[in-house]
Design a protein around this ligand. Structure first.
Ligand code: UDP
Length: 366
């Protein structure tokens, strides 16, 4: 992680314009973990006295933060694009409309913060006068995106932020990314010392998350698996239902933070089985905040979060038997250590310090 802010900068309050993900409204779950990161960061920056305005697709639900809602057609989710998939913008694109709004108001702001993993905001960077911080929320997906991001990374030094080192390493510009991690409002998550006898899996239900591996492991140890999250790929979900007719899993639904943490806190462990290089895995730190250990494949963000044998287990990627072995040892993990790790590494303050020093540097270097 990057060094914390210098006290020199802490006098100036910034006017920040946050441009949200264009794949759906905030708090809908379609955008995944970046929705939570944006909201937490906006709250923390406001708390520190900065003026934050969020620009987001119409229908976004925000707790007491100024939001300019923008209409238009959402961007397609791009997780399953191929390397050569071309850039796609629909008619009346909400992404285009959001940046049209940004163009009109940007001179009233010190910094634009882009949370969209998409081509257009990078392409537009030279056309706007305010500096732009780009927070990238996924690993590399297409060549066209990499190319435009690389151009911005080289021409606008220090403007690309990422969650983790492993995520950065998927990009050609990996050595010039700012590593920012994530963080939570820990007051919303209660520590639970006495779990019930079930496992949890939390996330967007989509192929890159490989829910089927968690279901297979749960079936082998015969411990119920509760599944929380938005179904973003219905065909994939129906295939899972057909393939595992007798496995002990239960789809619980998609919940807001308060409800999710109540249910998640009672589980013995969170299984994280992503097939892709997960950029971070906000669900991991949410589990830790509740005192829930994590069993994750040793790849991507979770491998940087989980302290192996201390706050969970890291197992060989794609190994179901590795998951099973770890489940059998899960009672060895002290749940208090999990909560402690969340408090040390992933508080709102820690998140705010990392981003705030980055923002000050970008405004200063203008
Ligand atoms: N989530 C939620 N309610 C649920 C299940 C999941 O709000 O019932 C949220 C969770 O809090 C997290 C996000 O979904 O912020 C998943 O993000 P993660 O970073 O783990 O993965 P991504 O979807 O970004 O790949």
């Amino acid at each position: 992680m990057e060094p914390l802010s210098s006290s020199f900068f802490e006098i100036t309050m910034l006017k920040l314009l946050f441009l949200s993900t264009p794949v759906g409204p905030l708090a809908s779950g379609v955008g995944g973990g970046v929705e939570l990161t944006l909201l937490n960061l906006a709250q923390e920056m406001s708390q520190r006295g900065h003026k934050v305005t969020i620009v987001a697709p119409q229908g976004s639900k925000l707790p007491d933060l100024p939001c300019q809602e923008i209409s238009g057609t959402w961007q397609e989710m791009i997780q399953n694009n191929h390397r050569d998939t071309p850039i796609i913008l629909p008619e009346n694109s909400v992404l285009g409309n959001m940046w049209d709004y940004a163009r009109k108001v940007h001179i009233d702001h010190d910094l634009i913060v882009n949370f969209a993993f998409d081509w257009l905001p990078f392409y537009l960077t030279p056309f706007l006068d305010a500096p732009i911080a780009h927070f990238i929320s996924m690993g590399s997906i297409t060549d066209a995106f990499d190319e435009i991001m690389n151009r911005v990374a080289i021409n606008y030094p220090n403007t690309i932020g990422v969650y983790t080192r492993s995520q950065a390493e998927t990009f050609p510009f990996n050595n010039i990314c700012r590593i920012l991690g994530s963080g939570l409002d820990l007051s919303l998550y209660n520590y639970c010392d006495t779990p019930d006898n079930y496992l949890a899996w939390v996330g967007r239900i989509a192929p890159e998350k490989a829910l089927e591996d968690a279901i297979e492991a749960a079936e082998m140890v015969n411990i119920p698996l509760k599944i929380f999250g938005k179904v973003t790929d219905e065909e994939y979900w129906q295939t899972i239902r057909q393939n595992y007719p007798h496995a002990p899993y239960q789809y619980e639904g998609f919940f807001n933070t308060i409800e999710l943490q109540k249910k998640l806190g009672k589980c013995k462990a969170l299984l994280m089985t992503p097939r892709w290089v997960e950029a971070f895995g906000n669900v991991a730190i949410e589990a830790l905040a509740c005192g829930v250990p994590i069993i994750a494949y040793r790849r991507g963000g979770p491998a940087e979060i989980v302290q192996d044998q201390r706050t969970g287990f890291l197992v060989e990627p794609d190994s179901i038997s590795g998951l099973v072995d770890a489940i059998n040892y899960i009672d060895k993990i002290d749940r208090k250590q999990c909560r402690r790790q969340a408090e040390t590494d992933y508080s709102l303050k820690a998140l705010g310090d990392r981003f705030e020093s980055w923002f000050y540097e970008l405004v200063e270097q203008e």
